[in-house]
Write a protein that binds this ligand. Structure first.
Ligand SMILES: [Zn+2]
Length: 339
């Protein structure tokens, strides 16, 4: 029996056990659905550390991906502050982790046809003229006239950015990601059913007009079943089911955004293409790249249907990225200091 997947005969077979200082890549996710999918992307799973510092209460999954020794961690709660605390503990236990991948789901900010983000697409944080890749959109001062955002977070490390640019210049990356997804095991969903991690054509992907608000008690909306198209925005049909990868600034903050008008206002103000809630806690202290699979449009119709697939595409992109980064180049980077 192959030992290349998590959960198989964990106790009855000995699996590779490495000392903590052999791990060089940190992989962080925030919700259980991301954990279920992320673990499938290990090429080989390692056993847990025999001992670790007393104060470290994180739960880890260890393994190898494309020649890198990777430590995965699931946050106990959502949010940037929790992410920073967990990352600090991890960095103390795994002193040679050189960079972090923040991998999971995010809320897309579509603006078709220019920014044609669909559910199941991928957003990667890279610097632009107006931001460093991640923008903490809710940090600033309320002045007499308007809110003034302040501060800028650190950029992703140059080794990661160079790898991202490399993928950006290639064609067929979306197809490669679909291929990676077709090769990983199915995962169990919250109802206990097994779900393939490939594109779910049975799910609805409707983008509603910003001024059309979801009303729970109004059966006319029926956004999960997609029966009412009267208030949707028409978009060109794609002739493939591969995820498209969008590069730019990700908005990170303490609030779950479920409001299309607010979404569009912030997108215009900060030139962002995705919302998430953890990266702002990491960027300044840990060299980090953010990879988000789009599971909703940050509007009132937001639901959970696309979360599993969206977290899978983000993990598959992370694996594709690790595949083109030589482990010996990672070893040359300076270790991250933790106090
Ligand atoms: Zn709705």
């Amino acid at each position: 029996m192959s030992l290349s997947r998590p959960d198989r005969d964990r106790d009855s077979h000995s699996i590779l056990e490495l000392p903590a200082d052999k791990y060089t890549v940190g992989w962080i996710y925030a919700i259980p659905v991301e954990l279920r999918t992320a673990r499938c992307f290990f090429d080989v799973e390692h056993s847990q550390l025999r001992s670790r510092p007393k104060h470290d209460e994180n739960s880890y999954n260890l393994g190898g991906i494309c020649g890198h020794n990777v430590v995965m961690i699931c946050l106990p709660e959502l949010g940037g502050v929790k992410a920073a605390v967990a990352a600090k503990s991890l960095q103390a236990t795994f002193p040679n982790v050189r960079f972090w991948l923040m991998v999971g789901i995010g809320g897309g900010i579509p603006n078709p046809p220019e920014v044609d983000i669909r559910l199941g697409d991928i957003v990667v944080s890279i610097p632009t003229d107006v931001g460093s890749g991640v923008i903490q959109y809710d940090l600033g001062r309320m002045e007499a006239e308007e809110f003034c955002r302040k501060g800028a977070l650190s950029k992703p490390p140059s080794l990661l950015l160079a790898a991202v640019r490399n993928l950006q210049s290639r064609s067929g990356v979306g197809n490669d990601i679909s291929k990676i997804l077709s090769e990983v095991d199915s995962v169990e969903d919250s109802d206990g059913d097994m779900q393939a991690q490939t594109y779910p054509p049975y799910l609805v992907d409707d983008l509603f007009r910003a001024n059309y608000t979801h009303v729970k008690t109004d059966p006319a909306c029926d956004c999960e079943n997609g029966t009412n198209k009267a208030n949707t925005i028409a978009r060109r049909k794609r002739n493939h089911q591969n995820p498209r990868i969008h590069y730019g600034n990700i908005a990170s903050g303490n609030t779950v955004v479920k409001n299309a008008a607010e979404r569009d206002r912030l997108a215009k103000r900060d030139n962002v293409i995705c919302f998430e809630m953890e990266a702002f806690g990491l960027m300044d202290d840990f060299p980090c790249l953010v990879i988000r699979g789009i599971s909703d449009y940050s509007d009132s119709h937001k639901n959970y249907a696309w979360q599993s697939y969206a977290s899978s595409v983000a993990a598959a992109y992370a694996k594709k990225l690790l595949n083109i980064i030589p482990p010996e180049e990672v070893a040359k980077l300076k270790p991250v200091r933790s106090e």
